[in-house]
Write a protein that binds this ligand. Sequence first.
Ligand SMILES: NC(=O)c1ccc[n+]([C@@H]2O[C@H](COP(=O)([O-])OP(=O)(O)OC[C@H]3O[C@@H](n4cnc5c(N)ncnc54)[C@H](O)[C@@H]3O)[C@@H](O)[C@H]2O)c1
Length: 306
Amino acid sequence: MEKLMAAVIGTGSHAQGHLMMIKGCEEMHLRAVCDIDKERLEKAKQYGAEYAFTDFREMIDKCDLDVVYVVTQPNFTADISIYCIEHDLHTSVEKPPGLTSADTRRILEAESKHNVKAMVSFNRRYIPEVLAVRNMVMDRGGAIHCAATYNKPATRWSDVWGRHPVIHDAIHHVDLLRWFAGDADAVYSEYYVGDSPDRQRHNAIIRFKNGCRGVFMSHYGVGFRIQRAEVHAEDFSAYLDLTGAPKCELYADGKPYEKPLDLNPGFNETHHFVDCIINDKKPWSSIEDAIKTMELCEAILNGGKT
Ligand SMILES: NC(=O)c1ccc[n+]([C@@H]2O[C@H](COP(=O)([O-])OP(=O)(O)OC[C@H]3O[C@@H](n4cnc5c(N)ncnc54)[C@H](O)[C@@H]3O)[C@@H](O)[C@H]2O)c1
């Protein structure tokens, strides 16, 4: 089988992970990289790209690409992704997919007119431990309760992007709750800002369509960066710590669950995207699904009480 020709637009800090995943994926070949910053572009060449460009339009014109990863700052992701989709390229969009759910809808509209796959790189969904726990929850009839904590010290946000960390950052754990429990149909949110915009606080109770209730807590301007989640099914509980290398505590029927997790080590979002492209499957973190995560973030930010 011929390899998929891939390119990365935006080769800043987070792109390094995508470049490594592409390099480690045998169905892909890194054809080109693109960044307006020549120093970053130079650094990205170490991943073996054949070509490097400072203009993504020129790159798309000149390279015979199949797949593009859009890893720019959030204020550019929607427009660049739409350009790629309109040029018939399979497109992986970094989170957040635009600055608002309306931006994400624009990406979906473009996707609906072109025969390509597009996904949002909600990478928490693809962590092997998260996938294994989710499978166990589904096998036990689905989630009945889930909760997520996403805390950080005071964090400065760009005025250009809008200063909303729940959209730009803590969206990971809003999406994780949705990955465990599905679509939400009600939110009660208490959102407030501390002494400065670097100190935003979010507390929300979410009701999911399957009857599960969820709790989301994200506080900026607290003691440390902590990313935890828990999910419960009937007679089953999983507590995940995703702050560093994933850790997981499991309990079933009133006692610790001792069997090892059924992991697919090394699996990542790039493998999933390749599978979707080759086998014509819908990505788990499709653009359509990402709209719902963006809308839930917006409801939390708006202090939704319904
Ligand atoms: N999934 C995660 O865990 C995670 C973590 C960090 C960041 N991110 C996301 O990744 C994206 C990038 O974040 P980052 O921290 O790497 O930012 P960054 O600023 O380090 O990198 C962004 C790069 O995009 C380049 N760029 C901007 N406009 C461009 C254009 N028109 N053409 C080509 N290149 C262009 C910039 O020059 C910069 O090098 C953001 O959307 C962010 O939300 C995701």
